[in-house]
Ligand binder design. Structure first.
Ligand code: NIG
Ligand code: FE
Length: 402
């Protein structure tokens, strides 16, 4: 195992050298093999405080206070999981079982989790969130976005965001997940709530606003109204788009300069063109297709068109109950036409792009020191050895947390 020797100063100011890295993914194409991954062999990284201050050939590494021997293993940027739904209570085992016996997935199952979440105490929601975050950390995730969407009242949505905001800056208001059951006969009334009182209650806790734009959830006009109202309050849009069927979500994401269009499973050529000519990232969530036995999103088609692709878990109790980015990487390589390099890029730098961040998702001077050490000689093993727990070390903001 990697060991730390001779700590000289306090963790916040001391410099730490991680050396003997067989293969380092920097995501800086000016380094190493000059590929998008900026792969450096026999590499070292120097951390000072919460930042990376040096990256390169280990033979040229500067002197530091502490030294960690990576023992010929691979280091990659911590995963950036830019799409999850982690504030909820209960689970949907029964629904999953029914689906695996042939029942289709529909947005309606969300109501089961809404009921359980409303009934849960703040402490239960907090305990659940902490548990899924611990799972994610053990699988190499150092940044995560998470959403409300299982409260669907002003109070319950604000509560979910408050719980989330204690753990991440990347908090998304998803009051428009489905029409709340109380408004089943009055969807326009629900949109008014989401863009009015609920938005007022939620905006202080959130960076982003999201809508599930789908049959059985919100149509294009409703989604436009909701996201526009959010924008006017300083929230930036991202959209659940084109997951279960073709629809207006992706075009709307581009029209509103959303940071990300998420799912992108059913795309026309015009949708792909629109994404390629925008700065909206396509976030693919293969855990959802896996857990709903649905058709895979075509990552190859998007990449070949020049679209920026992110890979995330969509961790939620209904359509994708996995917190594992490595699992999603393996699926994307096996079934979505991605190379291992592309999948690892999408799960790190791609996730950062989907959050419009440049301070994470790369191992270069100035970036946060968020690093994942793999018990493998290269990042390719994430896809080559599916289901194997390869994450053996994690640094978050310069601190060794695993
Ligand atoms: O991203 N698509 C909408 N929302 C979630 C599913 C939520 C649920 O089924 O509870 C998703 O797949
Ligand atoms: Fe989702």
């Amino acid at each position: 195992n990697a060991t730390t020797v001779s700590p000289a100063h306090s963790a916040s100011t001391a410099s730490t050298l991680i050396t003997n890295i067989a293969s380092l993914v920097t995501n800086d194409p000016s380094l190493g093999d000059r590929s998008p991954l900026g792969l450096v062999q026999d590499a070292a990284v120097v951390i000072e405080g919460d930042r990376v201050v040096w990256t390169g050939d280990q033979s040229k590494a500067p002197a530091t206070d502490n030294r960690v021997d990576a023992d010929g293993r691979a280091v990659i940027p911590g995963f950036v999981d830019s799409h999850s739904h982690l504030v909820f209570a209960g689970d949907r085992t029964r629904e999953f079982n029914a689906r695996m016996s042939g029942r289709p997935y529909s947005a309606g199952g969300i109501r089961t989790t809404v009921a359980a979440t409303r009934a849960a105490s703040d402490a239960e929601l907090e305990a659940n969130l902490t548990r899924y975050l611990r799972e994610a950390l053990h699988q190499g995730t150092t940044t995560f976005e998470t959403k409300s969407g299982y409260g669907l009242t002003a109070e319950d949505e604000a509560r979910a965001l408050r719980v989330a905001a204690a753990h991440t800056d990347e908090v998304t208001y998803l009051g428009a997940h489905i029409v709340a059951p109380e408004f089943a006969e009055d969807p326009a009334g629900y949109v008014a709530l989401v863009t009015g009182e609920m938005l007022d209650a939620c905006a202080p806790y959130a960076r982003w606003i999201d809508v599930f734009c789908e049959q059985g959830a919100f149509d294009g006009d409703q989604a436009r109204a909701i996201l526009t109202a959010g924008k006017e309050r300083g929230l930036h849009p991202r959209i659940h788009a084109n997951q279960l069927s073709y629809g207006p979500g992706v075009q709307l994401a581009v029209e509103l300069d959303a940071a990300s269009a998420d799912h992108c499973t059913h795309l026309t050529d015009a949708d792909v063109d629109a994404l390629a000519n925008s700065r909206t990232v396509a976030t693919l969530l293969p855990g959802a297709e896996f857990s709903t036995r649905a058709e895979w999103p075509d990552a190859r088609r998007l990449l070949d068109a020049g679209v920026t692709v992110a890979l995330s878990t969509d961790c939620n109790p209904g359509s994708s109950f996995t917190s594992s980015v490595p699992f999603c990487v393996a699926l994307a390589v096996r079934d979505m036409g991605m190379t291992p390099d592309e999948a690892v890029w999408s799960a790190t730098a791609g996730g950062a792009a989907a959050l419009r961040r440049t301070d994470i998702g790369r191992v270069t001077p100035g970036a946060y020191a968020d690093l994942t050490l793999l018990d493998a000689p290269s990042h390719v093993h994430l896809a080559y050895r599916p289901g194997v727990p390869l994450v053996t070390g994690v640094w978050r903001r310069g601190e060794r947390v695993l």
